[in-house]
Design a binder for this molecule. Structure first.
Ligand code: B16
Ligand code: MG
Length: 214
């Protein structure tokens, strides 16, 4: 029986996944590396350094540590500009009613986000205080698809992984949920997220009654 739902942030609760894409694409192009939405699928859910290294590998470029730091700072500065004006209006529709319905059933809520900007985004969306636990990049060493971030979220909730359901928009995130021994729900493209138990086009389409019988 499901006792907790652990949400990914970027791409599940709000459209920051698109801002990450825009900022990575600008950086890739500034390095002369072609980068489109399909390339971006590999980056979703992957931490900042891992994402940069995937882009550099695509362009067959290798740089020293200091340059890596500088490129990550450049991407993050661009990303922060893109999200500077985010507000509660940027919360995907369906999220608030879903939170209410889950809480009414006594289900605990958590976030598992690979982003170092997760707190800022959650505050901007006005949902920071809705969660029983938040696990973000500051808490874990291993990036998705490693299960660490979902396991940390479950531990903070005090719920066994087998009683948790994870919701993700990234293939790496779905793998992380499965490796954590949780039930995985995908948001997005069913082909990309084929390892998930069920895939919905967006969070509003999620059918809570079905979820809780998983
Ligand atoms: P930052 P999530 C992930 O967040 C994003 O999917 C991924 O695109 C991004 O590179 C990563 O956070 C790191 O973000 O640069 O802000 O630390 O989907 O796990 O909520
Ligand atoms: Mg995501």
């Amino acid at each position: 029986m499901i006792k907790a739902v652990i949400f990914d942030l970027d791409g599940v609760l709000t459209d920051t996944a698109h801002y990450h894409f825009q900022a990575w694409q600008a950086l890739a192009h500034s390095l002369g590396i072609a980068f489109n939405e399909q390339d971006n699928e590999q980056l979703k859910g992957v931490d900042r350094l891992g994402s940069l290294r995937l882009i550099l590998a695509k362009g067959q470029l290798s740089v020293d540590d200091a340059t890596e730091q500088q490129l990550m700072a450049q991407k993050n500065a661009h990303y922060l500009k893109l999200i500077a004006n985010m507000s509660e209006a940027d919360l995907f529709s369906g999220v608030r009613p879903l939170f209410t319905a889950l809480k009414q059933r006594g289900i605990k809520l958590a976030v598992a986000s690979a982003s170092k900007n997760a707190d800022f985004v959650l505050q901007r969306l006005g949902i920071y205080n809705e969660f029983d636990a938040i696990a973000d990049a500051a808490l874990v060493k291993a990036s998705k698809p490693d299960p660490e971030i979902f396991l940390q979220a479950a531990a903070r909730l005090g719920v066994a992984p087998a009683q948790c359901l994870g919701i993700e928009d990234a293939a790496a995130g779905v793998s992380a949920i499965n490796s954590a021994g949780m039930q995985a729900i995908g948001i997005g493209d069913a082909e990309v997220l084929h390892e998930a138990l069920r895939v919905y086009p967006n969070i509003e389409a999620l059918d809570i009654a079905t979820l809780l019988t998983l």
